[in-house]
Each structure stands twice: as C-alpha cells, then as structure tokens.
Design a protein around this ligand. Structure first.
Ligand code: ZN
Ligand code: ZN
Length: 277
C-alpha cells in the first residue's frame, strides 16, 4: 500500500494500539500499520492487553496460549507493513503481578511496556472498592488509591510508560485540583525516579471527559520533573491510529514539553516534537 502522507515526520509515533485478540478491538497489527501510513503516523507500537497466568481481567485480553499468535501477527506487520512496528504490550499493574510479568518480559524482546491501572482491586468483592467507577464512594478515595497503585507500578521498574495517567476521570470522579495535586505528586516523583515516560492518550477525546489523558496540570507537573512523553491513540479500531494527535501535540507544547521519546528495545532517544502548524 502506498503512503498517502507527504510529510510523515509531522506527527509523533503512536505507541498505543490494540487488535482483535483482546476481544474488544478490531483489526490485525498489519491493519494498524497500514492505517498509520494512511493517517501520516510515522511509526506505531502494537500494545495489546498483556495476558497473565492468573486470568486477571481475562475478559479484556488474549488467552495466554494466544501470545505466540500475537508475536506472529506483530512480526507480519513488521515485515509487510508500510511503517515501522514496535513490539509492545499494555500490562496491568496489580499486587503480585510481577511474579509473572517479570519472567514474561525477560522471555520476550519487547520494545516498550505500557503500564496501566484499570482496577483498584480486581479480585475484590462487590462490597469492596474494586473499580475506578465505584458508586457511593468519595471520589477522593478513588483518586488516592489509584495514585498509590501508580506509584507502586513505577517502583516495580518493569514498565517504560504509564498509560492514561488520570483514567479515573473517565468515570466522573470530580476532584479539586489541590487534592489531585496532593495525590498525584508522590506518584509522579516515583515515575520520575524510575526514569519512565507518560503518554498523552487521545482516546479521552471520545470518552466522557472529552479531553486527553492526562489533563494539562498533570502534564505540567510531569514536565517539571523531567518525566518523558509519548503519544498514544489507544485505538481499538485501525482507523483511529494517530487520532487527535494535533490536539495532543498542542497540549504537549502548552505543558512545556519540547521532545518526545522514541523507544526501541526498551531504550529511548529524545526526539524534538514535530513542528506545529
Ligand atoms: Zn482495550
Ligand atoms: Zn488501558
């Protein structure tokens, strides 16, 4: 397939894409690579939801036995796709996830690992604080607990990039900025200490908050701490690759970022942000 974008360096890489194996997305990694070329995105990472050996969140991810098939499909995209395709994974952080994830990362030659917290306590009973959308719970408690887990995620040193850093806003959870700051800063310090990046995730533009993850203040606090930056559409359909990246680039500049990170084999280089229009 031919490239339709004349200036592929105008957008940053899209380091957050899914595919049909996770049970709630469409398309193969190759479809995402082809869509990237069509949408002017110079490079993508395939980062489907990582399987585990304990069936954590199994309804949202590939079966562990399907992991070799995932590798095969990413390899096909790398060989036949019109843009470079990195091998990544989006792995949930939860207590004791390291037992499996550590070995899984060691055994596979990943270019990057996205780290996410999608649940406060997936194994919890319905009466316990289990989800980011728990009703009848003070939103402050949700944010506080969430950022504690993000801090623990960073401390594992297993991940390269924190995905959708303020995900609780997807479920409402209004919070005063002073409180957000109080809970987020210790987590951001731990992310900085781990040498990690965060992503601007444009899927929020289509969710309830109608804004990218994370919000401008969080990006500013991250930038002040020297935390790196990547961009991700979190696309679950090939057509969304690079979606909203113009908005995301503007947000990155507004927050003070001048570079974003390009990863390869879990190392990165800082690359100047594409010139804005
Ligand atoms: Zn997903
Ligand atoms: Zn996610």
């Amino acid at each position: 397939m031919s490239r339709t974008n004349e200036n592929p360096a105008a957008l940053p890489p899209d380091y957050h894409t899914h595919n049909t194996l996770c049970k709630h997305a469409e398309g193969l990694p190759l479809d995402y690579a082809e869509s990237a070329a069509h949408n002017g995105v110079p490079q993508i990472a395939s980062t489907d939801h990582c399987p585990t050996d304990d069936r954590y969140g199994q309804e949202h991810r590939m079966e562990l036995e399907q992991f070799p098939l995932y590798l095969e499909r990413v390899r096909t995209a790398q060989q036949d796709g019109p843009v470079p395709v990195l091998l990544g994974i989006e792995a949930d952080y939860y207590r004791r996830c390291e037992r499996f994830l550590d070995r899984h990362i060691e055994r596979n030659n990943f270019d990057l690992i996205l780290g996410s917290v999608h649940f406060l306590n997936y194994w919890g009973k319905p009466s316990e604080l289990r989800t980011l959308g728990s009703k009848d719970v003070d939103p402050e408690i949700i944010w506080q607990r969430y950022f504690e887990l993000i801090g623990e995620l960073a401390d594992t040193r297993l991940y390269n990039i924190v995905a959708h850093l303020d995900l609780p806003k997807r479920f409402g959870n209004p919070i005063a900025i002073e409180r957000l700051r109080e809970y987020a800063l210790p987590a951001l310090d731990r992310i900085a200490n781990a040498g990690m990046a965060i992503e601007i995730n444009t899927s929020g533009l289509n969710h309830n908050p109608r804004e990218c993850y994370p919000s401008l203040p969080l990006l500013q606090w991250a930038c002040e701490r020297g935390i790196g930056l990547t961009f991700g559409s979190d696309s679950h359909h090939p057509s969304r690759v690079g979606d909203g990246f113009d908005v995301a680039l503007q947000l990155a500049r507004e927050a003070g970022f001048q570079t974003s990170r390009h990863y390869r084999q879990r190392s990165f280089t800082e690359v100047p942000l594409p010139k804005g229009t």
